[in-house]
Design a protein around this ligand. Structure first.
Ligand SMILES: [Mg+2]
Length: 185
């Protein structure tokens, strides 16, 4: 298994349903925040995020935030949600992610990590031995480092779609991008 190849792709976090997670035996879901659930500049979770998280909680699926962003951002985002959090998570390193899983009681078999970056989120999941769910970034940055990373994400994605040609194709961009652009205009 390539460490960089996601296990699942979805066009949007909202498409990751309770039914899918149950089918896959995923009871613990570590979540990236930035560009996975909300763009960088959105400080608080919107109603869609709340509704989706409530559906997980109602089904007994434990969600937790695993973010490389600083404490202030993560704490503010989580202030009305009250989920377990790990800021400065140092993804793709496995150390803090593993620590979090252990604290939650998750195992390799019943846990997954969802994020928008192959070299951060997918790699971190596989370094921990858990499954990786990849979504397209809601609002991609256009700086050089990001473009550089996106370029190197093409190979693993090509291999993923060769193996799973019928899975949702995230290479075209996030359906949420327009939504958030309009909001900020
Ligand atoms: Mg992200």
């Amino acid at each position: 298994m390539s460490r960089l190849r996601p296990d699942f792709t979805f066009l949007c976090y909202r498409d990751v349903s309770v039914e899918f997670l149950r089918e896959q035996g995923i009871a613990f879901l570590l979540l990236d925040i930035d560009n996975t659930l909300a763009p960088y500049e959105q400080p608080d979770p919107d109603e869609h995020i709340r509704a989706w998280l409530s559906s997980l909680a109602a089904a007994g699926i434990r969600a937790a935030f695993l973010s490389n962003n600083h404490g202030e951002r993560v704490t503010r985002f989580n202030s009305t949600l009250g989920l377990p959090v790990q800021c400065d998570a140092r993804k793709p390193l496995a150390g803090r992610a593993r620590q979090m899983l252990r604290a939650l009681g998750g195992t390799k078999a019943n846990s997954a990590l969802m994020g928008d970056q192959i070299f951060t989120d997918v790699l971190c999941a596989h370094n921990c031995g858990i499954r990786a769910i990849l979504v397209p970034p809601i609002k991609d940055r256009t700086d050089r480092l990001t473009r550089f990373k996106r370029y190197f994400e093409r190979g693993p994605l090509r291999r993923y779609y060769k193996k799973y040609p019928d899975r949702p194709d995230i290479r075209v961009g996030s359906p949420l991008a327009g939504e958030h652009t309009e909001e900020t205009v």
